[in-house]
Design a protein around this ligand. Sequence first.
Ligand SMILES: Nc1ncnc2c1ncn2[C@@H]1O[C@H](COP(=O)(O)OP(=O)(O)O)[C@@H](O)[C@H]1O
Ligand SMILES: [Mg+2]
Length: 307
Amino acid sequence: MFTSNRTVAIGEAMIEMAVVGEGTYERSFAGDTFNTAWHMAQLLGPDFPVGFATKVGSDTISTSFAEELEANGMDIACIARDADCTMGLYMIELDGVERHFHYWRNHSAARLLADDAAWLDRVTRDAGLIHVSGITLAILSPDGRARLWDALAQARLRGARVSFDPNVRPRLWTSVTETRDTLAWFFEITDVALPSFDDEAALWGDASPDATLKRFAQAGIPEIVLKNGAGAVLACANGAKISVPTPPVSDIRDTSGAGDAFNAGYLAARLSAMDQADAIPWGQRVSSRVIRHFGARLPKERVPKFE
Ligand SMILES: Nc1ncnc2c1ncn2[C@@H]1O[C@H](COP(=O)(O)OP(=O)(O)O)[C@@H](O)[C@H]1O
Ligand SMILES: [Mg+2]
């Protein structure tokens, strides 16, 4: 059902500086499509190569990023370098238990990732699954979005499937109209949609998860998985609708990255030829572990393994 075992996720990873003590920060790397790709690589192992396609700087932190991916079993051939830009950065500060995020990402190298059509063609060429998100689109110029759209459309003609998490972040867009128009345009080339109900209700005014599912189905998307926090996952594959209750999770510490981790579990299971009903619990399993930890990525040894 997939033309190749290879996955490529396209998007931005940022440097994360999370406060761990008075004026002391721990450095990590995070970003929605990156979090998904990283968990997929840990879940699937070497028989299913996972690449992350992005643009970083030429500095030593960007080199550390690529080295960390390689050490974690990921394919780094799709990481482009820019001589003039650096990776974006964000800091997490704590105010009691409230987390505050401060971003420096307006001029990150990742914003230029779709400037080169030949590079986009190369990184998508032998992928069976290509994963992108609304954040990937939000950071690109209008021309960059058009080049990415074309590359994905070409890849689909060669048999690749495209998964898309709209991950709506209003701060990254200039208007509601621009957001809606761009997302709807990419629905045209989406095979697997992975939205979250809160995001969708805020952007489109959907009255219920059912209304969201219906809207995606009407856009012609054959496979849809709608996440809804602690609520049931509502999904549809080729017209057959299912609802899968989410097992309760105790001791939740930090819900950031829940949706990205869900996507990883679900997509890895689908690549391993599980059907939708069997793949959803894998999404729930990986995300339930992520929300019991601080940070958007699990410690490597905590990623569940396929039997
Ligand atoms: N409060 C919660 N209780 C149990 N599971 C949760 C909770 N919040 C998130 N999850 C798990 O994480 C998945 C994604 O969460 P959700 O909040 O819908 O996505 P996002 O992080 O994209 O907003 C859910 O489908 C569920 O499996
Ligand atoms: Mg999300």
